[in-house]
Design a protein around this ligand. Structure first.
Ligand SMILES: Nc1nc2c(ncn2[C@@H]2O[C@H](COP(=O)(O)OP(=O)(O)OP(=O)(O)O)[C@@H](O)[C@H]2O)c(=O)[nH]1
Ligand SMILES: [Mg+2]
Length: 312
């Protein structure tokens, strides 16, 4: 509990340690969250997603600078799907997050996505809770892609920024990847590259053709994160979306959805945990996998068998 006192005192080393425990220590995770969760919920959560190399880290860095100029404290989580070890990503992101690196009010963390599915790491929502409880005003989560993974960034964000580039292929591809569905703000990065204007107009046409049920039409913002152009426009749009959420308790509704999906994830985590806790858990899974492969039992029935054996 000493650790938590230091955490609550604003000790960054304690923050790092707490996040590491949340990532790795299944046994202590729940008890730590018991203390942190009631202290969280105040931070604004911004998700940034887009193809590899689109400029997400560079954008997060620029955004962090703007937020700091506004006097807001920032936590950044970068989820790297490509490397099983976060070391490489951390180094890379350190280099790219140059603007923010020396500022004690900015905390940057890299997490490896162990599923390699391009979504969030299982521990990302927990790390967000920690940063939130630590008192960060804004949490930025950067991740590659959505769709294939169990959890995508829009499920943990109040505002989801979808970042595309002129070279990331046509806008139809972005639609296919399901990116349009989750975008609150669409950003075309690398405005310095050829075809950026045309690409942005294409995206605007696509946005205009759709129905936007909630009464928010995602703006398309053209920026060059590298050259730091267009960033004020993006900042304004993020604030506009924040104001939009503040109206008619929309944020409350989003948080309700976030809560629901958090419980569902936790359920999965608990069941998986129970299975690995049991000495014969691995055997049971192995045995049933073989039977499923031999078509002797179908997967749903196998899962039910496991549930029945675990729930006593
Ligand atoms: N020309 C140009 N290059 C940019 C711009 N923004 C970022 N880049 C470059 O694009 C490359 C990738 O940038 P990152 O910020 O690392 O992109 P990312 O999306 O975080 O990459 P991953 O996390 O590896 O998926 C770097 O070489 C950047 O310097 C831009 O506005 N224009
Ligand atoms: Mg990155």
């Amino acid at each position: 509990m000493k650790l938590l006192d230091r955490f609550l005192d604003g000790d960054r080393i304690a923050l790092s340690r707490v996040i590491t425990l949340l990532e790795n220590d299944r046994d202590r995770r729940s008890a730590i969250l018991d203390s942190l969760y009631p202290r969280s919920g105040k931070a604004r959560r911004i998700g940034i997603t887009g193809p590899p190399g689109a400029g997400k880290s560079t954008l997060a860095d620029r955004l962090t600078s703007l937020l700091r100029k506004d006097g807001r404290t920032v936590g950044v989580i970068a989820v790297d799907p490509t490397s099983p070890f976060s070391g490489g990503a951390l180094l890379g992101d350190r280099l790219r997050m140059q603007g923010a690196w020396d500022d004690p009010e900015v905390y940057v963390r890299s997490q490896a996505d162990r599923s390699h599915a391009g979504g969030l790491s299982e521990a990302t929502p927990h790390a967000m809770t920690a940063l939130d409880a630590f008192g960060k005003d804004v949490i930025i989560v950067e991740t590659v892609g959505v769709g294939q993974s169990a959890l995508d960034v829009s499920e943990v964000s109040d505002t989801t920024v979808v970042l595309l580039t002129p070279e990331s292929g046509d806008s139809v591809q972005a639609m296919k990847a399901g990116l349009m569905e989750i975008a609150d703000v669409l950003v075309v990065n690398k405005a310095d590259r050829e075809g950026a204007d045309r690409f942005a107009s294409e995206l605007r046409m696509i946005v205009d053709m759709r129905q936007w049920a909630e009464g928010w039409k995602p703006p398309v913002v053209l920026v060059s994160a590298r050259d730091d152009t267009g960033m004020d426009g993006l900042y304004d749009q993020l604030n506009a979306h924040g104001d939009f959420l503040a109206g008619e308790d929309r944020l409350g509704k989003r948080r309700l959805r976030q809560g629901r999906s958090a419980i569902q994830r936790a359920l999965g985590e608990l069941w998986r945990g129970r299975l690995t806790e049991r000495r014969d858990g691995g055997d049971t899974l192995d045995r049933l996998s073989e039977r499923v492969a031999r078509r002797e039992i179908q997967p749903l029935a196998a899962a039910r068998e496991i549930m029945d054996s675990l729930s006593i």
